[in-house]
Design a protein around this ligand. Structure first.
Ligand code: ADP
Ligand code: ADP
Ligand code: MG
Ligand code: MG
Length: 603
């Protein structure tokens, strides 16, 4: 048995601009019943009772605003919340465990933040009765016999203290315009301010006012504030955005420390290496972004992340993606480069008033993707800009007769028009190139964005548009600055693979800066490693083999990697574990072969 749900995406439905195709062509309407209507002449309303699931409205809607989905009947009784008629619904609720870190992972728009708000007691779940008044009593009654009942009883009684690091840290300066120090002092119920400031490297931030902070500083201030509260449950909604690898590691140490002191912790995260490192358990929310999300059972981190990659949940026998993400076992250092040098530069220097960069000379061959890693404010963006011809080096020259397509780190959407118009203006017929369509446009679901205005896109949506606009170019070098930012795990894999495949197929080259080590690992053939004193001086190596580069970088970070036996994905070794110590002794920070790992204890 199935039950049908109809979803109309509010920001896509534009009844004033279309010909009301859904209403005119619905066979139930044609038969004289009112299946699809337009109350208040605004957004189409679809009756889930009358809908026969023919799918015609989905096809005829010019704005891709409608989804009709069949869900299993059993799921009906698991509905936790529905925002309104024909809108998003969440099935099941994540679990939290005392003294443990649970990770929550899933696509953008699948209900992660919604679930967190419910767990925090900020949103009273309505069990699908969006017209009635939701009460905790009703919800607790519903939870009878389930694991999370006690949690919500204590929430309802105001006994459970919850601290939530919200996703939208950029809203923080609106609420607090004074110095960081004053904010943290006010939050410091645990009397741990000095320790937390030290761990998160916030000393130099203390005397700055919140509106003057960089994205990374703001994120860490938000994480610090949330962790200083004295609570029973700590919820961190996307704590690694804007942070570099070192800072992500600092955040994960802090989060682990909170769990080790006996508290419950839940983390929403898109960086798999981070998730793997910080969590004990993982829960996946799967479904259809914008339409519905189902919270999976609790899996041990390794199993959960492998299931995420597989697209299959063995315990519940659910396939949520038609293909698995696999990792080629291409030996490190083995590349498919051509002889042809696509870009070449001498030693490069760049001096700003307060910052100095020195990069060793290098060249990039056709078919090569050069990954760039390093902490924030070491000059990675400056280097890429010099390569792209956007900035002039103070010393040295870039010999690029080659054309460069450049995707900046900070995206702005000044284009006054829709995504469709943007592509038409900037790309013309290149947009319909089958290689671009197959590798990026279709898997990233860009068609859904075409009717939207550029100025109204979310960070992740804007990122996808910018990546497509760059990769569509007919050029010699693709230069991409932090393409994974704001993307969910699935889209990160799509992008990493697409860059790799398209660059190799075209015999061109790419330079990709990123902080998600999983993305860096998939996308790169060679690596540039940046080191130095953030904000003061930076140094870049020449292009190293991937093994050399990873080794060099991981040594600085203090992490070791191995390959997972089942999926071949690189995994962070638990610090201090036997494998970690052995690899550090041998100086092989980057993963050893899969065979070696089979003798490693499972965790
Ligand atoms: P995630 O955190 O996984 O990206 P969210 O929980 O923020 O997802 O959102 C899930 C879905 O619910 C999205 O389609 C979003 O547009 C919708 N949604 C979120 N908040 C509201 C709200 N207050 N009213 C209506 N729809 C909402
Ligand atoms: P990364 O990309 O590694 O985070 P950037 O290249 O963006 O680093 O910046 C390196 C340093 O140079 C930072 O301290 C930054 O403030 C400084 N910087 C970058 N661009 C300029 C500029 N146009 N004028 C002055 N300083 C700059
Ligand atoms: Mg969210
Ligand atoms: Mg940068």
């Amino acid at each position: 048995m199935v039950h049908r749900i109809a979803v109309v995406e509010e920001d896509l439905c534009q009844s004033k601009k279309c010909g009301l195709e859904c209403i005119k062509e619905c066979p139930v309407n044609i038969n004289g019943q009112e299946c699809i209507t337009l109350p208040g002449s605004k957004i189409a309303l679809i009756s889930e009772e009358l809908c026969i699931g023919c799918g015609i409205c989905i096809k005829v809607c010019p704005f891709d605003a409608i989804d009709i989905l069949n869900l299993s009947e059993e799921l009906k009784s698991d509905k936790i919340h529905q925002y309104g008629v024909n809108s998003f619904r969440l099935f099941r609720i994540p679990t939290v465990r005392k003294g443990q870190v649970v990770g929550l992972v899933g696509r953008n728009g699948i209900g992660k933040s919604t679930a967190l708000k419910i767990l925090a007691g900020q949103l009273v779940p309505n069990l699908g009765d969006y017209e009635g008044t939701a009460t905790w009593d009703r919800f607790i009654q519903y939870l009878s016999g389930r694991e999370m009942k006690e949690h919500f009883e204590r929430i309802a009684d105001g006994e459970l203290r919850v601290s939530l690091k919200p996703q939208a840290v950029y809203k923080l300066p609106e609420a607090w315009t004074k110095e960081t120090r004053l904010l943290l002092q006010q939050m410091d119920e645990r009397k741990k301010m000095d320790e937390v400031v030290e761990t998160l490297n916030l000393k130099e931030t203390l005397d700055k006012k919140l509106p003057d902070l960089s994205g990374g500083e703001l994120q860490r201030v938000a994480v610090a504030a949330a962790s200083l509260k004295d609570a029973d449950l700590y919820l961190f909604d996307e704590p690694s955005s804007y942070n570099d690898v070192f800072q992500r590691l600092a955040v994960s140490k802090l989060i682990r420390g909170i769990a080790e002191s006996g508290k419950s912790v839940l983390v929403v995260e898109h960086d798999i290496a981070f998730l793997d490192y910080v969590t004990d358990y993982v829960q996946i929310i799967y479904g259809e972004p914008g339409a519905y999300g189902i919270v999976s059972g609790l899996y041990a981190s390794r199993t959960g992340i492998n299931s995420l990659l597989d697209g299959y949940l063995p315990q519940e026998n659910v396939r949520f993606r038609d293909h698995a993400v696999t990792f080629g076992q291409r030996a490190a250092g083995e590349t498919v480069e051509s002889e042809e040098v696509v870009a070449k530069y001498t030693a490069l220097g760049k001096s700003y008033k307060a910052f100095k960069l020195e990069a060793a000379a290098g060249e990039i061959n056709g078919g090569t993707i050069l990954g760039v890693v390093g902490a924030n404010a070491l000059g990675k963006t400056t280097f890429l800009k010099m390569l792209a011809g956007v900035e002039k080096p103070t010393s040295g020259t870039v010999h690029v007769d080659a054309k460069v397509a450049y995707k900046p780190q900070y995206l702005s959407s000044e284009f006054d028009g829709t995504v469709d118009e943007f592509f038409m203006t900037t790309l013309g017929s290149k947009y319909t190139d089958p290689v671009l369509q197959d590798n990026l446009v279709v898997p990233l679901r860009l068609e859904k964005l075409l009717a939207r205005r550029m100025g109204e896109l979310s960070g992740g949506e804007l990122q996808k548009v910018a990546i497509v606009a760059t990769m569509a170019q007919d050029t010699d070098v693709y230069a991409l600055d932090e393409p994974s930012a704001f993307l969910d795990v699935e889209d990160r894999f799509v992008v990493a693979r697409a860059i790799n495949r398209m660059v190799k197929a075209r015999g061109k080259a790419a330079v990709v800066i990123d902080h998600d080590l999983q993305v860096v690992d998939i996308v790169s053939d060679r690596l540039l490693v940046f080191s130095g004193d953030p904000g003061v001086s930076g140094e870049a190596t020449s292009p190293l083999t991937k093994e050399e580069g990873m080794n060099e970088f991981l040594r600085r970070v203090g992490l070791t990697y191995r390959r997972d036996v089942n999926t071949g994905r690189p995994r962070v070794n638990k610090p201090g574990s036997k494998l970690d110590r052995d690899q550090k002794d041998r100086g092989t920070y980057y993963y050893v072969s899969a065979q070696r790992e089979e003798s490693a204890p499972a965790d």
